[in-house]
Design a protein around this ligand. Structure first.
Ligand code: AVJ
Length: 323
């Protein structure tokens, strides 16, 4: 096999900064105010998210990592030889390594992420750690309709979409269905989906995961305002907003908000944005699934269940589906 040790090719689909300004303004001028969670992940936000993943309260990463470690050999047998591994929202790539350690003959690894800096840094590190692996990152916003590069040289390879972390939880159920349909198109007949899904459980366990004692999640949430200040020249005073996160069992989701501590007006360039005391910016939904419901949704979108791995407590599931 050839030796690389660097990024072999890079596809930039330009999730442009213009989108950031437009989407932020649109979100803050709407009632109720909201911002999409994909904007959390600038350099600092990605660091804070990595810290969240190491928190005692944030069981998601710990449990999923345990499942991957325990079952990676079996997952690798399903994936087979010479496949194309496509990871959405690849982030730091820590979970990827567990899989890669069991997939020595992979044709290529394709991390897809919105944050170019973070994507290229993580892809470079990975390429150095796995010199025989072709690493071909794609910078794209997969929450929007996107034309996935066709990778013609890998036309006959099995395509495996890897979507860990319960990132699917950031989509509303209809958006999640759209994503699963998109993934089925990308994977093509014969392809696979390996997906991490956080499950419904005791609300106090979920609440604690989004309200950690060290305030890392609060800092992660508030960093979005810092990012808007830095990149869009806004004047948010971070001391005048506070983190709020709660599990809503009726909708089966965690809602995360930034609450205005008082009546105030914030400026983004020329635009004035008024806040009432106690008014919130809704920054994230994190849906929790019932496993049977998730499997039904996967079935509706073209996916056949191959295998589901779960921890003893039933906190988290990693599912393997085929198109
Ligand atoms: C990366 C979307 C799975 O919803 O649990 C962590 C992001 N937000 N703490 C999640 C997050 C607050 C995370 N996902």
């Amino acid at each position: 096999r050839p030796s690389y040790g660097y990024i072999v090719s890079f596809h930039d689909l330009h999730p442009t900064p213009a989108d950031f300004r437009e989407e932020v303004l649109a979100g803050l001028l709407r009632t109720p105010k909201s911002l999409p969670p994909k904007f959390f992940y600038d350099r600092r936000g990605s660091e804070l998210f990595d810290e969240i993943c190491q928190l005692e309260e944030y069981y998601l990463t710990r449990v999923e990592t345990g499942l991957l470690e325990r079952h990676a050999a079996e997952m690798a047998r399903f994936i087979g030889e010479e496949a194309l591994l496509i990871e959405y929202g690849s982030g730091s790539g820590r979970k990827t390594r567990i899989l890669l350690d069991h997939l020595p003959s992979l044709a290529a690894y394709v991390p897809v992420d919105i944050s170019k800096e973070h994507l290229l840094a993580a892809a470079t590190e990975l390429a150095q750690a796995y010199p025989c692996l072709r690493v071909t990152p794609v910078c794209a916003d997969y929450t929007r309709e996107m034309e996935f590069p066709d990778f013609e040289e890998f036309f006959y390879r099995r395509r495996v979409v890897f979507f860990p972390g319960s990132t699917i939880g950031n989509f509303t159920p209809p958006e999640a269905e759209m994503f699963l349909r998109h993934a089925a198109e990308v994977a093509r007949p014969g392809g696979l989906l390996l997906i991490g899904v956080d499950l419904k459980k005791d609300p106090t366990v979920i609440d604690a995961a989004y309200n950690d004692g060290q305030g890392v999640t609060a800092a992660f949430n508030l960093n979005l305002l810092q990012r808007i200040n830095t990149e869009l020249g806004a004047d948010f005073d971070l001391r005048l907003f506070e983190h709020r996160a709660f599990y809503d069992p009726a909708h089966g989701r965690v809602e995360m908000h930034l609450v205005s501590r008082q009546a105030q007006t914030v400026h983004i360039g020329e635009t004035a944005i008024p806040f009432a005391a106690g008014e919130t910016i809704h920054t994230e939904d994190s849906y929790k699934y019932d496993l049977a419901d998730f499997e039904q949704m996967a079935a509706r979108t073209g996916w056949t269940r191959q295998m589901v791995w779960q921890d003893e407590q039933g906190y988290f599931a990693v599912g393997l589906f085929a198109v």
